[in-house]
Design a protein around this ligand. Structure first.
Ligand code: FEC
Length: 310
């Protein structure tokens, strides 16, 4: 008897495949409104500074393939097919859902490669998948809403945190200010009782406890370029404040992200690093999870835990 096949829709933010596609990408992020020439140029300049393109699509593809491999290696009764769908770039979430429907996938799990739930982030991915399913006649979806406290995910980050902390001389580690960061969102999510800030603080507190480091805090990064207020404090302001208070060493752990991309390679590695040097501070960042085996195992565990619960 052939095994029953479960579809997994692996969703991530997406990035333009080349600078020629930057305008269409930015317009999609802005829900159809074109950016001004200055805004577009500013985005292109950031991509140029990280080498011309972001590695995000390539990393997401490797994560998707790795997840499918592990799910199928371990499962005795089910076969898994994992499809990659991007929020703002090709292949779009709706394209992946269309492909699932054409392949005859009836049951599917939606999983976003971002651990913390917000209706403005994960909620929007889910909406895109549901819209695609309605349009193309299935599959029937259930969604993993969050996985910010999944033990293997926490262990994988804790391992990288400890390795980054070990780059400071042993006698100085207690003085290192550990800063967890995540993508900011408009402040109005607070009026909606959105769980995003609370879930991030839970992950951060657990990780600090796991590596036994009491000197830690949380800051927001990469706030959007829109007039409305965004969640703060911003990581750049926190670095300035810490410098004033005499902090000399900072370890940044961008815990809201799982891959190397523009918000890491530019916002942290270029922008924060330049400010830290200007302020006379040593700044180190934790390695991202990317498509490393320990993280792929964590993602597979997230899928299993979800399918068992149903
Ligand atoms: O490497 C790359 O090219 C992609 C990097 C990238 C990631 C990412 C993740 C998140 N975002 C989230 C929220 C928002 C909101 C707005 C917004 C705007 C941008 C712009 C770029 C961009 N985001 Fe992003 N985000 C990435 C890139 N993001 C580029 C447009 C220029 C700018 O503001 O910098 C504002 C939209 C609006 O104008 O209305 C809101 C959240 C995440 C983390 C969760 C996830 O990965 O989905 C939340 C990676």
């Amino acid at each position: 008897m052939s095994k029953k096949t479960i579809g997994v829709l692996a969703m991530a933010y997406g990035t333009p495949a080349s600078l020629d596609e930057a305008e269409a990408y930015y317009t999609h992020i802005r829900r159809g409104r074109k950016p001004s020439p200055e805004q577009l140029q500013e985005l292109i300049d950031r991509y140029v500074k990280i080498g011309g393109v972001s590695p995000l699509n390539e990393i997401t593809r490797k994560q998707t393939e790795g997840l499918e491999r592990i799910l199928n290696q371990t499962s005795r009764n089910l076969a898994y097919r994992v499809y990659m769908g991007m929020k703002h770039a090709n292949p779009f979430i709706e394209d992946a859902v269309k492909q699932m429907a054409e392949d005859g996938i009836r049951e599917a799990v939606g999983l976003v490669f971002a651990p913390h739930y917000s209706m403005m982030s994960i909620g929007a991915y889910m909406e895109a998948a549901k819209k695609g399913a309605e349009q193309f006649g299935g599959p029937s979806f259930t969604f993993v809403m969050q996985w910010h406290m999944q033990p293997q995910f926490l262990q994988a980050v804790a391992r990288r945190l400890q390795a980054a902390m070990n780059r400071f001389p042993a006698g100085e580690r207690e003085q290192v200010r550990l800063l967890f960061t995540a993508h900011s969102l408009p402040e109005r999510i607070l009026q909606m009782n959105d769980p995003y800030p609370q879930q991030l603080r839970e992950t951060a507190a657990k990780l600090a406890e796991m590596i036994g480091h009491a000197n830690w805090g949380f800051a927001w990064q990469s706030a959007g370029r829109t007039p409305e207020p965004w969640l703060g404090p911003d990581v750049l302001d926190v670095l300035r404040q810490l410098a004033k208070q005499g902090t000399r060493s900072v370890l940044i752990c961008p815990v809201g992200f799982v891959a190397d991309h523009l918000e890491i390679l530019y916002d942290i590695d270029v922008e924060c690093q330049a400010l830290a040097s200007e302020l006379g501070m040593t700044m180190v960042r934790t390695a991202m999870l990317n498509a490393d085996e320990d993280f792929l195992q964590a993602l597979a565990a997230v899928v299993w835990e979800h399918t068992k619960r149903e």
